[in-house]
Write a protein that binds this ligand. Structure first.
Ligand code: GRF
Length: 236
């Protein structure tokens, strides 16, 4: 019997993070398998991508239910029917109710396009540019009752470049998301990251001494010096 953790991805739109998770899980050594995709929107582009990759999909629209609780209940029933062990929210744009969140606590994760606890909520990239921060990024965290507030599992940082607009920064962060989410889901599926007492416990890790000295800086001070060799290579 396979020991891979049965994972259902929940989306509302484009589904590029979902696609990254599906791609990672095509490796039989990856500790999670994607057994289904649930969308609350019938026209989510990600649904077609999942179906094309042979993943079962299910649309559960809020409009088809009389209350938020009934909608959550239908999602929960679908997760149970998929045999879900882990739920990965990937651009799922609806807030889940307390009962649902509590049931899946420690087994439900989300990706957020900012370095939490900074920039919870929407429009993170525009807000990051307005704030003038020089380092931005993304976070995968366990889902708890408060939005974008659960224990952090993993983060990736990217520089904010001087000429960035919102779209340019969003694209750079999204590339990092596509690397970070498979890593983080893998940690949870392997039991190397788990939620305990409201915190993430990382087990089976040894500190990497090289890592402790690495620094991300933006603007990158090294680039400010003129590299004559580089200049010679790019000038006609
Ligand atoms: C991502 O930026 C993710 O961090 C946020 O919603 C966006 C979803 O994009 N939660 P996609 O649907 O995965 O392409």
């Amino acid at each position: 019997m396979s020991m891979r953790k049965r994972t259902v991805v929940m989306i509302s739109g484009r589904g590029s993070n979902m696609t990254a998770l599906i791609a990672a899980a095509t490796n039989p050594d990856y500790p999670a398998e994607i057994v289904g995709v649930i969308s609350d929107r019938v026209n989510a582009a990600g649904l077609g991508i999942a179906a094309a990759r042979g993943i079962a999909t299910k649309v559960i629209s809020r409009a088809d239910y009389t209350s938020k609780e009934a909608h959550d209940g239908a999602i929960d029933a679908a997760l149970v029917s998929f045999g879900a062990e882990i739920v990965a929210l990937a651009g799922y744009m609806r807030i889940l109710g307390a009962h649902f969140v509590e049931k899946w606590l420690g087994r439900m994760i989300n990706i957020h396009p900012a370095l939490l606890p900074a920039f919870k909520g929407l429009d993170t990239h525009a807000r990051a540019i307005r704030a003038g921060i020089r380092i931005h990024g993304c976070t995968v965290h366990f889902v708890t009752l408060d939005m974008d507030d659960g224990p952090i599992i993993a983060q990736a940082a990217v520089p904010v470049m001087v000429g960035d607009n919102e779209d340019m920064l969003a694209a750079r962060v999204l590339k990092a998301e596509h690397r970070l989410y498979p890593l983080a889901l893998g940690l949870v599926a392997e039991g190397k990251a788990r939620m305990e007492g409201g915190r993430t416990v990382l087990a089976h890790f040894a500190d990497d001494a090289d890592n402790s000295t690495s620094v991300i800086m933006a603007p990158d001070p090294l680039r400010e010096e003129t590299d004559l060799e580089h200049l010679a290579r790019i000038t006609p």
